[in-house]
Design a protein around this ligand. Sequence first.
Ligand code: AP5
Ligand code: ZN
Length: 214
Amino acid sequence: MRIVLMGPPGAGKGTQATAISQRLSVPHIASGNLLREHRAKGTPLGEEAGASMDKGLLVPDGLVIRMVLDRLNQPDAKDGFLLDGFPRTGEQAEALDKSLGLRGVQMALNIAVGTDELVKRLGGRLTCRTCQTPYHPVTAPPKVARRCDKDGGELYQRDDDKPDAVRQRIEVYNKQTSPLVEYYGRRGTLKEINGEQAIDHVQTAIFAALGVKA
Ligand code: AP5
Ligand code: ZN
């Protein structure tokens, strides 16, 4: 299946993505994770993207579109994918549609969460330096303090999870990305998910929307 996972920063996209991608046997392709990998490796793309990311602003469309479309052309994405954090602007959505042609996006899942809850979640989030899995000391604690359950990687606070950048990211989402909910609504591919419930209940709602059993 070709799926787009949408929702504001902190809605739980990364948290839900592993289970969805395993259940559907499609790769999880997260634009934010790809960009952070570029930064960690010190590539020119990573260097160019860094300043926007730390401020909580969007990376220019041209850079992100090229990076994601290249990734979608890898053989493992031939029969489907779970896109997380892309598209985020009208230009990105149109570039994706153009590249998929008649195949198109089959479902856009929108995880909705109110602003106060987003701020609370992002303020406490810890992320694995190795695989980028998100944790939270209260709602999604790791088994061993500050270590990833999957690979033992160190858990750290992302620079853009500091309060000023969080506020900026939410503002940017409301202005530049939220109109895409309507974009997919018009195409009849949108499914709304209530993201303000426990993590396993959100997963149940997503699987129901996808029409698959856990
Ligand atoms: P990106 O990495 O995509 O960040 P984001 O969209 O802001 O999303 P997050 O990773 O913050 O949140 P999430 O929804 O995955 O939440 P999570 O599951 O971690 O983008 C970062 C930056 O890269 C952007 O600002 C931009 O600069 C750039 N960028 C990326 N893509 C781009 C694009 N397409 N175009 C231009 N620029 C781009 O959950 C959050 C926390 O809550 C965790 O601690 C988790 O444990 C907890 N939690 C999750 N679910 C629940 C629940 N149900 N109840 C309680 N707690 C929960
Ligand atoms: Zn990890």
